[in-house]
Design a protein around this ligand. Structure first.
Ligand code: SF4
Ligand code: MG
Length: 333
């Protein structure tokens, strides 16, 4: 399969201003050298605690934020090197579904306007065909045509997210970043939206980056999963592999923090992540996870581990040499 999107050594540093004369006193290193590719038709899940940089990566992929360094390739086009005009047709192919759909829907416009305007502006639809196209969109996301004259505040969270998805689909995208699309919704609605995204992805051959903080939802929709910690990817591989055979101590801790329905199991089997999430202003030396890692050694505190394959050819990568040793594997079992 062809990679649709590829990022290379992506970085996003935000300057911190301070003092009487506003000068830069440091940087928040939200994303600190991330590389991966997403193949056509694939869903890559990006998981980690809040503040680890996962949303920032999503926003950089669709052009809402400019990388500090590194490259975003879309079908081998380096998007950062293209001028505004040339990049425009590419941008419509890269869309985003937000965690809070309300913030992306103009509260003064009814649904018809919200959906019609971008389609007309980008020449995706014409005055003559726009109504038909909108009805088709509503159909795809499971909303009745009666919503057209209503305003965003008149809808439930789940319906609003369906409108957000319709809006993202309206420009015929090839790729959509879904940034925690269900974490603001009632648990009872979450599965509906996840299933909708999954079936749309299949039906339309979409490529997705699914950003989430819990491995449960991410695993449900993803083909592959990348686990992020403080601006870096620490483990990546087939979703099944990551979920059933996690190698990195952080991934294992994340997994054991997945809520389990059986309360007895929770008491015994659930490990809670210990310690504070480190700071991305002054990330810990060496392995950034070392202050919270039960297996940390002196080497971990000194040397930053590189991503390496757990088994040759498996595509399962991790940035923890300790977990790959005999001892680490015994711990896992
Ligand atoms: Fe823990 Fe060391 Fe592995 Fe980092 S490299 S996760 S500190 S064992
Ligand atoms: Mg976020």
């Amino acid at each position: 399969k062809m990679p649709l999107l590829r990022i290379e050594n992506l970085k996003k540093y935000y300057p911190i201003k301070g003092g009487i004369i506003t000068h830069t006193t440091g940087y928040v290193k939200a994303v600190d050298g991330v590389s991966f590719q997403i193949c056509q038709g694939e869903t890559l899940g990006l998981v980690g605690e809040s503040g680890c940089g996962k949303s920032t990566i999503g926003r950089q992929l669709v052009g809402l934020e400019k990388p500090t360094d590194g490259t975003v390739y879309y079908k081998d086009h380096d998007l950062g090197r293209m001028n505004r005009k040339d990049v425009k047709p590419f941008r419509t192919k890269l869309q985003m579904v937000f965690q809070d759909p309300y913030s992306s829907l103009n509260p003064r416009k009814h649904i018809y306007e919200i959906l019609a305007q971008p389609m007309l502006y980008h020449g995706i639809s014409t005055k003559a065909s726009v109504e038909k196209d909108i009805l088709n969109l509503l159909d795809m996301v499971g909303l009745p045509r009666s919503v057209l004259g209503r305003y965003p505040h008149e809808f439930s969270g789940g319906q609003r997210q369906r409108i957000g998805i319709a809006k993202a689909l309206s420009l015929n995208p090839e790729f959509i970043v879904c940034d925690e699309p269900v974490s603001a919704l009632d648990v009872s609605i979450q599965a509906q939206i996840l299933n909708l995204l999954r079936s749309l992805q299949k039906e339309l051959g979409l490529t997705l980056l699914f950003v989430g903080h819990g491995l449960g939802a991410v695993n449900y929709v993803s083909d592959r999963i990348a686990v992020m910690y403080l601006g870096k990817i620490v483990e990546m591989g087939e979703a099944k592999e990551i979920f059933n055979h996690p190698v990195h101590p952080y991934t294992r801790a994340l997994l054991s923090a997945v809520p389990v329905p059986d309360p007895d199991e929770r008491e015994d089997g659930r490990k809670i992540l210990m310690g504070e999430v480190g700071s991305s202003i002054e990330p810990p030396t060496g392995c950034r996870f070392h202050p919270r890692c039960p297996y940390a050694t002196d080497i971990c505190r000194q040397r930053e581990p590189e991503m390496q394959e757990t088994l040759p050819g498996s595509g399962h990568m991790t940035a923890c040499p300790i977990a790959m040793t005999e001892e680490g594997r015994r711990e896992e079992a």
